[in-house]
Design a protein. Structure first.
Length: 199
């Protein structure tokens, strides 16, 4: 009985410490996001892309996609700025946990990922897709852009909470699994992302 009580106390302490860490990371990211309208742009673009991809007429599809150019450019610019500002923060506070265990970042940096590097990867991926260096067709470009945005959102949720919660949110919100988002991004984004999370 004493063993079970001890186990319960330990689990409660771990949960409390995890919650404290999550609150700090969430507050930090929220503070960094405050000057930007990144979520608003993402919401607008996701809705427009879904409408366009559901259109039967190619002309109407293209018209909807072309109307998103300003929002795409604003998203790319704002996310570049966010990544640059976040890169100025010190290492301890910018570490995301690969496993949701308290003090893991202090015990083993290998058990963490650097959110500064992660945001840079996403900023480059979004910018690369907006400028369309690979010359993708409009429909393929919209699909890739959604992949880039969803994976970036997943990384933000992972940093704030955990990979499990981030994956569950993406599945609920976008009916997209983490693996699907990873497949949808550019090869350059995928390679750089895996380099960050597997380091």
């Amino acid at each position: 009985m004493e063993f079970l009580s001890l186990l319960f106390l330990l689990a409660t302490a771990i949960h409390w410490l995890n919650t404290q860490g999550q609150r700090k990371r969430t507050a930090l990211l929220a503070e960094q996001l405050r000057p930007y309208q990144i979520e608003k742009h993402m919401e607008q673009l996701t809705g427009a892309y879904m409408r366009a991809l559901g259109e039967a007429e190619p002309e109407r599809q293209l018209q909807i996609l072309q109307l998103q150019e300003a929002a795409e450019q604003q998203l790319a610019t704002e996310f570049q700025n966010l990544a640059l500002e976040f890169a100025k923060l010190p290492a301890p506070v910018t570490r995301g946990l690969k496993l949701a265990l308290p003090f893991l970042d202090q015990l083993s940096p290998k058990a963490c990922f650097d959110m500064r590097r992660m945001l840079t990867v996403h900023a480059q991926g979004i910018e690369r897709t907006v400028t369309n260096r690979q010359g993708l067709a409009p429909k393929a470009r919209a699909f890739r852009m959604m992949g880039e945005m969803f994976l970036m959102q997943h990384s933000c949720h992972w940093f704030c909470k955990s990979k499990t919660i981030a994956s569950a949110r993406m599945l609920t919100q976008h009916q997209t699994r983490h693996e699907q988002a990873l497949d949808a991004v550019s090869p350059e984004t995928r390679e750089a992302y895996l380099d960050v999370v597997q380091a």
